[in-house]
Design a protein around this ligand. Structure first.
Ligand code: ADP
Ligand code: MG
Length: 604
């Protein structure tokens, strides 16, 4: 084939591919234009997840009538004149590409009016072809209406995800921009529902609640830091609030949402040792640097940036976050008076039955007379455990397999000694001492009961006398609606009860007495974007999540009866040694180990 110049329509479509990938990219570009135009109020309307319609109306400066054609042509911008300006950009846009790109892959109508003109003008662009400008009466500002996105690029359409996912991308984009610009009023409607509305009063916490829900928002720590020419504000999650992926890590740089690996790394370093492996914080951080300090022209959608002084920014972010975390030092899960120190997160080396180093003092000697003669720890048994001796000795034989695969091995029958720190149960077994984490253990117990009932398709459900009405963030609400039948299988009777609001009318009898609102929130928390995992995987995840919330907490005093019941239930579990999330439920100090630690056997 001979070489030919591409027609302008094809060229624009190719270029559009870089900038306009999905409906939320349109929303992003139009939002940025409104913000650049100094709008105070921005109204976004979306239909069919943006496939049918995206309309953004603002009260910004507007576009002069005779410049409308320019606005929609490629490389036409009012924000940049000389190439030097590229290095001191203070606007969000500068490439002059967005409107041209959007116009080439949709039917776009641009309506605008500036202050000193009496009338506004309207221009339509369809698949890159610009129509005739007409005069219209309208208020000062700009309305960009984008219909039938990708109608002429069917390949693109095929790459779009489900409506839920596309809508969620729009939601989270708009909510994050609302958070970045708390002094502007945002309104987002999808179909007939208003999914977000902010007052523009500058209060970020309330927007945070719209993004993450009230519970989570309450647990976010506020960051304010300033150093040389750098400034950072926003929120980070406390160490007790984490997610299983990095999706909730948000950075804005000079008012623009960026995805920057080094910023996230700096953030994660600040959390180092404070979070368990595989857990990530939630953040919404707003970084401001002098425009000369950063090159924003390295990515077509401006999502990536390059810093002039990368190390300095990195360390500023890392230190500021760390300082905030330490200032709010983690709330101890157990009463410090009982333990003197704060609980640390279990680390991977704390795996079941592994080395439990007990610090000892050379000069300290054990009064041997006090200890049982031959190291046999079969202490006076109470009625319960004496009947179980044969079972117990059988268990010792089993110990080898226990070492090979600790989490799937049953545990011996245990004799309860008591509770310490309102957090751990102390028990004795045929082979030493067991420290049981009451929360992890209860999580395991609830999880196995629920899954067993579920497998037998018989989860006893109990109606609530007064149904609980719960409002949850819009994106979770959308996902919840899809999962309602699953919840039904689990004994939850939940119904839609207005926009983003649900009514819990019954819940599994297993959880009776617990807070139904908390149960529902637990179910939707951390909803995965992953769209088609296996249904039984979803169900196990849901079950694990709700059991975690419903389980007794560390720091909760339990009656002797409750402690005993918990141990008995745990003994009956198939995998009693780990909680459904894989953490150990217990630490075992074997007789062997105790003897070695006390110098009764081996060296010394
Ligand atoms: P860029 O934002 O990179 O300049 P765009 O294609 O997004 O490029 O917009 C082209 C021009 O149209 C802008 O430079 C601006 O002058 C004008 N414009 C676009 N949207 C608006 C708006 N909402 N309000 C005022 N002017 C706008
Ligand atoms: Mg723009």
């Amino acid at each position: 084939m001979p070489i030919r110049l591409l027609s302008s329509e094809v060229a624009s479509q190719i270029a559009a591919g870089e900038v306009i990938e999905r409906p939320s990219s349109v929303v992003k570009e139009l939002l940025e234009n409104s913000l650049d135009a100094g709008a105070r109020t921005i109204t976004i309307t979306v239909e069919e997840a943006g496939r049918k319609l995206i309309e953004i109306a603002d009260d910004g400066s507007g576009i002069p009538s005779d410049e409308l054609e320019l606005a929609v042509s490629r490389h036409a911008t009012s924000k940049l004149v000389r190439s030097d300006d590229l290095f001191s950009i203070s606007t969000l846009g500068f490439r002059g590409e967005a409107l041209a790109s959007i116009g080439s892959v949709s039917r776009m109508t641009l309506t605008s009016r500036v202050q000193n003109e009496l009338e506004g003008a309207r221009l339509r662009v369809e698949g890159g072809k610009t129509g005739k400008r007409t005069k219209v009466g309208t208020t000062v500002g700009t309305t960009t209406r984008v219909e039938d996105l990708f109608y002429n690029v069917p390949a693109r359409l095929k790459f779009l995800k489900s409506d839920v996912t596309e809508r969620r991308a729009i939601d989270s984009l708009v909510t994050r921009y609302a958070l970045a610009y708390p002094h502007k009023r945002f309104k987002l409607s999808e179909g007939k529902n208003i999914t977000l509305q902010t007052s523009g009063d500058g209060d970020r916490r309330s927007i945070l609640a719209a993004l993450y829900g009230v519970d989570v928002a309450k647990q976010m720590l506020e960051v304010t830091a300033e150093e040389d020419s750098y400034r950072m504000t926003g929120f980070i999650s406390s160490t007790s609030l984490t997610r299983s992926n990095r999706r909730e890590i948000t950075f804005f740089l000079n008012g623009r949402w960026v995805h920057d690996g080094s910023l996230s790394t700096a953030l994660l370093q600040a959390y180092h040792t404070l979070l368990m492996v595989g857990r990530y914080p939630l953040t919404a951080l707003f970084l401001e640097v002098r425009p000369e300090e950063v090159d924003v022209n390295v990515h077509p959608a401006k999502a990536e940036v390059r810093f002039r002084n990368q190390d300095k920014v990195f360390s500023f972010v890392q230190r500021s976050v760390r300082k905030t975390l330490l200032a709010y030092s983690p709330v101890p899960n157990i009463a410090p008076s009982l333990w003197g120190t704060m609980r640390t997160q279990p680390s991977a080396s704390n795996a079941v039955g592994l080395d439990w180093a007990i610090g000892h003092d050379e000069k300290f000697s054990v009064n041997n007379d006090m200890a049982p003669e031959n190291g046999d720890l079969s202490v006076e048994a109470d009625a319960q455990s004496s009947t179980l001796t044969s079972q117990a000795s059988a268990d010792v034989v089993d110990r080898k397999s226990e070492i090979e695969n600790p989490s799937f091995t049953s545990i011996p029958l245990l004799r309860l000694i008591g509770q310490i720190g309102a957090t751990y149960l102390v028990a004795e077994g045929p082979d030493g001492l067991y420290l049981v984490d009451q929360h992890a253990a209860h999580e395991r117990v609830l999880f196995e009961k629920l899954m067993t009932q579920h497998a037998m398709k018989n989860i006893p459900s109990q109606s609530l006398l007064t149904p609980a009405v719960v409002t949850i963030p819009p994106h979770s609400a959308q996902l919840l609606i899809i999962q309602l039948p699953t919840l039904q299988h689990f004994g939850f009777d939940v119904e839609e009860f207005g926009p983003n609001t649900f009514q819990v009318r019954a819940m599994p009898a297993l959880f009776m007495g617990s807070d139904p609102e908390m149960a529902l929130r637990a179910l939707v928390e951390d909803f995965e974007e992953d769209e088609s995992p296996l249904q039984n995987e979803i169900e196990a995840k849901l079950a694990a999540r709700v059991c975690k919330r419903m389980a007794v907490k560390a720091g909760q005093a339990l009656s002797h009866e409750e402690q005993r019941a918990l141990l008995i239930d745990l003994e009956a579990c198939d995998s009693p040694r780990t909680c459904p999330h894989g953490r150990p439920t217990m630490i075992h100090l074997s007789v062997d180990m105790l003897e070695r630690q006390f110098g009764r056997r081996g060296a010394r």
